[in-house]
Design a protein around this ligand. Structure first.
Ligand SMILES: [Zn+2]
Length: 423
């Protein structure tokens, strides 16, 4: 893996390409970018065929141990790794610990173990079991075992310090096993940076993790709902200062467009793309505008459908401003989306977003989606996921273009206007 930066704006926002990805080194991924979010290798609601009708898809697929751990025996028997097991072919496979869209219960870590939660309940992992699982999964990258239970704002300093110490100890043990394991030759390890909301612990965690032979860094415990954006930005800025320039920084649990932009500004390179899935699950469609083109013909392509949504967005805006800081925030509607279950769409014959090139927008109207949703048709999830995935990855393309053309501030202003319900 090699990170080539083509631009660094104001010393922090980074534009570049991660090259030589995958064991044969044939893949690359543009940054800032995101990984492809999946459940057991599949983007929820979509078959591989449907998924690959889309352009702009990330070349790295994310799977989580919380989903996979209970299938350890089957995978060991299968022998050929999770990529082949789940029918994935030409992709880089990244294995993280927890599913970013499913908050996991806290209070279950010890000095020697962490717990993940799958459909069958809790699975306790020691480093030995964690590494046996990685050998069965055979990913291209994986997140090292980490004690990430310190994201809540009332976590004591002592507990946060313990989490940093444990995570470093887990990383050292994982690296020891990794280096002796033939099956994991060429596989990259991402170290987790912990530290809760305590600046000194964040800096210590970053500094110490950076001393280890890791390929990149997972910024853990900063997810939506754990703290306000100002504090998150402050912590990330302090952390990224300590990390080497030539290795990627992946932020876990943050997916809202406004938060993504703030975090890119603080030096984050990679995100997890679970946000479109959450939007789909609540029967909503992403519809925020991210076009900053001065060309009037082009500028007219995406925004019109969005500009008419003032009234619709009021409710979501209020929810967001008054919402308590907790992980329930992740399931609440944001002002970047419209709720198609709402009766107002019953006779709305426009596409979800005017000018969107996705299959859903080219072939269907809001009224049809409304009908599918109120009658609980499975196709509703399929069509919404097609649109939401396309729209979200389109946003990341626009973000890179804005960085390349000195328009990041303009894009931020546009996205913040969307969030605050001003157009
Ligand atoms: Zn669309």
């Amino acid at each position: 893996m090699k990170l080539e930066l083509s631009r660094v704006v104001q010393g922090r926002s980074r534009l570049g390409v991660l090259k030589r990805l995958g064991r044969a080194g044939q893949h690359s991924l543009e940054v800032p970018g995101c990984l492809l979010y999946t459940h057991l290798g599949t983007v929820p609601h979509l078959t591989q065929d449907t998924l690959h009708t889309q352009s702009n898809l990330p070349s790295v697929t994310q799977v989580t141990l919380s989903n996979i751990a209970e299938h350890q025996e089957v995978l060991e028997e299968f022998k050929d790794g999770f990529r082949k097991f789940s029918g994935l072919h030409d992709t880089v496979l990244y294995c993280s610990l927890h599913d970013p869209a499913t908050p996991c219960p806290t209070g279950y870590t010890t000095n020697k173990t962490v717990s993940v939660w799958g459909s069958g309940g809790r699975i306790e992992l020691t480093v030995a079991k964690f590494m046996t699982l990685q050998r069965a999964v055979q990913p291209d990258w994986y997140q090292s075992m980490a004690d990430g239970e310190t994201w809540q704002s009332n976590t004591s300093r002592k507990r946060v310090r313990k989490s940093v110490d444990r995570t470093l100890a887990h990383l050292d043990e994982c690296l020891l096993v990794h280096q002796k394991s033939q099956e994991l030759e060429g596989v990259e390890v991402f170290g987790a940076v912990e530290g809760g909301d305590i600046l000194e612990e964040r800096v210590r965690s970053a500094r110490e993790t950076a001393k280890r032979p890791v390929a990149g860094f997972c910024l853990d415990g900063l997810q939506t709902g754990s703290m306000d954006q100002a504090l998150r930005t402050q912590l990330i800025t302090a952390v990224t200062k300590e990390l080497p320039e030539d290795k990627p920084r992946l932020l876990q649990g943050v997916g809202r467009p406004d938060e993504v932009l703030e975090c890119v500004d603080a030096g984050v390179d990679l995100f997890e793309s679970f946000f479109p899935f959450q939007v789909t699950e609540r029967g909503c469609a992403l519809c925020f505008s991210f076009d900053v083109s001065p060309d009037p013909e082009r500028a007219g392509r995406a925004p019109p459908a969005v500009l008419e949504l003032d009234g619709e967005k009021e409710m979501a805006g209020e929810t967001q401003q008054n919402g308590d800081l907790n992980l329930d925030d992740q399931t609440q509607m944001t002002s970047f989306e419209i709720n198609l279950k709402d009766k107002r769409y019953q006779g709305d014959f426009r596409p979800l977003v005017e000018g969107c090139g996705c299959y859903c927008c080219k072939n269907h109207q809001r009224a049809y989606l409304h009908h599918l949703l109120v009658t609980n048709e499975l196709l509703a999830g399929v069509l919404l996921m097609i649109h939401n995935t396309a729209h979200y990855h389109g946003f990341f393309s626009a973000l890179r273009e804005a960085l390349a053309n000195d328009k990041l501030d303009l894009l931020k202003r546009r996205v913040l206007r969307e969030r605050d319900g001003q157009t």
